[in-house]
Design a protein around this ligand. Structure first.
Ligand SMILES: Cc1cc2nc3c(=O)[nH]c(=O)nc-3n(C[C@H](O)[C@H](O)[C@H](O)COP(=O)(O)OP(=O)(O)OC[C@H]3O[C@@H](n4cnc5c(N)ncnc54)[C@H](O)[C@@H]3O)c2cc1C
Ligand code: FES
Length: 280
């Protein structure tokens, strides 16, 4: 059992858990993730390490409520325990030299933040490009602002409700054009990662994508997280989640992510009805 030490709510749908996990805290690196099973009958879901402290023996992850399991997790409180948590899993992000643009779109900002912070902590100049559909869906702005000054934060919203109207490729292209970026890291919805990749490729700038296919065991056993990289099948949980973005088959990834949409919708509806006062 893994005890929840702290719960922080950043917005209506975004939470951070700090959990007691002394062994995991000793071995975690930026870009790696853990798998959580909330209770005996729950599915296992992956979350990226947001922070960890080996001296105090805890790790943190940030999650956005989007379906059944994250809805259920959001009801857990400090003092409650998670049935099991496995990690660190996956390969750490390779922190190559030079100036980086770190792009996070939507919930991808929760994954981009620890990478951006680790790059900054290891002496890299970092431009954080934060994208969301609307102002309300923009995650972790305060956290990014606590690490980076205004000149290094670039915010876009699809509807123009905050920051620059448009998509993340607009500030990315501006930075690339000005020769201010040596390497790009991106994580978020597939179309965002795909178009960021095309933009970086135009300027011959290397780009890494953190891929988020559905995962079940997280240890390379089930094959659920298969991704096609340069025509070769890789398992995102053990070979990734970071890959050379120019080699990713985005159509395949998108199709695999959406494979269980109907069942996911049904699971959320059943969970909400079972926990709603008028359906009990
Ligand atoms: C390596 C990795 C790191 C991640 N890190 C974070 C993070 O730090 N914060 C965060 O909010 N989210 C993160 N995610 C996504 C997170 O795992 C999903 O949001 C979560 O599993 C959704 O579960 P659900 O039951 O609430 O939603 P559902 O309604 O079941 O699913 C909604 C969508 O989430 C994705 N998803 C569902 N189940 C899984 C699964 N078992 N594995 C992966 N994706 C799934 C699918 O695209 C699905 O369409 C990460 C995913 C991966 C692969
Ligand atoms: S999640 Fe099972 S092989 Fe990667």
């Amino acid at each position: 059992m893994y005890k929840i030490l702290e719960k922080t709510q950043f917005s209506e749908k975004v939470f951070k858990f700090r959990i007691e996990a002394p062994e995991m805290a000793k071995h975690a690196h930026a870009g790696q993730f853990l798998m959580v099973r909330a209770n005996e009958t729950a599915e296992r879901v992956p979350f990226t390490f947001a922070d960890w402290n080996p001296e105090e023996g805890w790790v943190e992850f940030i999650f956005m409520v989007i379906g059944k399991t994250t809805t259920m997790l959001s009801t857990y409180e400090p003092g409650d325990s998670l049935e099991d948590v496995t990690g660190p899993l996956g390969q750490p992000t390779e922190l190559g030299k030079g100036t980086w643009a770190v792009i996070g779109g939507g919930v991808g900002l929760a994954i981009a933040f620890p990478v951006a912070r680790q790059l900054a902590a290891t002496g890299h100049e970092v431009h954080a490009i934060m994208g969301a559909r609307t102002k309300d869906l923009l995650l972790l702005e305060d956290q990014f602002r606590s690490e980076f000054d205004d000149e290094h934060i670039h915010i876009t919203t699809d509807d123009g409700s905050y920051g620059e109207k448009g998509v993340v490729t607009i500030p990315l292209e501006r930075l690339l054009q000005a020769g201010k970026v040596d390497h790009v890291f991106c994580v978020g919805p597939v179309p965002m990662m795909k178009f960021s990749t095309l933009t970086a490729a135009k300027y011959n700038t290397p780009i890494t994508a953190s891929l988020n296919p559905i995962m079940v065991d997280g240890t390379g056993m089930c094959g659920c997280c298969r991704v096609e990289i340069d025509g070769v099948t890789k398992f995102a949980c053990v070979d990734g989640p970071d890959f050379d973005a120019t080699k990713v088959d985005w159509n395949d990834l998108r199709a695999r992510q959406a494979a269980y949409r109907t069942e996911e919708g049904q699971a959320l509806k059943a969970y909400e009805e079972a926990n709603c006062a008028c359906h009990r």
